[in-house]
Design a binder for this molecule. Structure first.
Ligand code: HEC
Ligand code: HEC
Length: 200
């Protein structure tokens, strides 16, 4: 008797959790795409990022420490509605951020297929190996670096974020990155973006 009551309690809790996470994720995928990979050039792919990096990003949006780009919901009931990541993160509890981070981190990062310039990509790789590989290792493919994933990330998004860093709008988690990024000219940054975009 006791065992069956306990079992019932457990299954209720489990299904409530499942409903919640589906609803939470549903909100995100209306822009970020099914499984966190969208066809939208300005919306980053968010599956497969480490849970730590993911939670850190959500915290930064919540505290408005990271710039929030005004954007439109791309699909679903609210399609066309304007919003941004700060507004979206504001009402998500810490517990729900944890659930979301776990959910997306357990999926595979999907590399975007993008148009890139081969010569620029080659130049970008040289710069990356010298200045970025230390923290964004194995060609910026590893979630476990807790530094986002640059390889196969949306090029428009990467360009925008490097501009935010350089303009002092997005804080650096590592001071050393500031030094490295500031040592590269505009053409070099462009080459880096083509390199990351070239990784399939
Ligand atoms: C209306 C469209 C939209 C919705 C809905 C949306 N996002 Fe975003 N998200 C964006 C855009 C655009 C960016 C990049 C621009 C920026 O940083 O403001 C972004 C950036 C992010 C990033 C940063 C990725 C990185 O590499 O640092 C994370 C994490 C993220 N979103 C998670 C979520 C989660 C979780 C949800 C659901 C609760 C969500 N987003 C809902 C549009 C959206
Ligand atoms: C000393 C370590 C370090 C070095 C060197 C470094 N980075 Fe980073 N980078 C990080 C960390 C840590 C983060 C995550 C920041 C955060 O938590 O907001 C990051 C984040 C980023 C992001 C944002 C990713 C996203 O998904 O939004 C970009 C873009 C980036 N780095 C580009 C570069 C480039 C290009 C170089 C080389 C010129 C470089 N970094 C060198 C540590 C480093």
């Amino acid at each position: 008797m006791l065992a069956s009551v306990a079992l019932l309690g457990f299954s209720c809790a489990a299904s409530a959790w499942a409903a919640d996470i589906d609803k939470l994720v549903g909100n995100c995928v209306s822009c970020h795409g099914k499984d966190g990979a969208s066809a939208e050039s300005d919306v980053p792919n968010i599956s497969g990022l480490s849970a730590d990096y993911f939670s850190g990003a959500m915290k930064a949006y919540k505290a408005k420490e990271r710039p929030c780009v005004e954007t439109k919901v791309r699909s679903g009931d609210k399609k066309g509605t304007k919003t941004d990541m700060c507004q979206l993160a504001k009402d998500i509890s810490e517990a729900d951020v944890k659930l979301l981070a776990k959910n997306f981190s357990e999926k595979k990062f999907v590399r975007a297929t993008q148009k890139f310039d081969g010569a620029l990509a080659k130049k970008g790789k040289e710069i990356h190996d010298k200045k970025c590989e230390k923290c964004h290792s194995e060609g910026a493919t590893l979630a476990s670096d807790d530094a986002g994933i640059l390889a196969g990330q949306k090029m428009a998004y990467l360009k925008e974020q490097t501009e935010f860093f350089l303009a002092g709008k997005r804080p650096y988690a590592e001071k050393k990155m500031k030094e490295k990024l500031e040592s590269i000219d505009k053409a070099g940054i462009d080459a880096l973006v083509h390199y990351y975009g070239s990784i399939k």
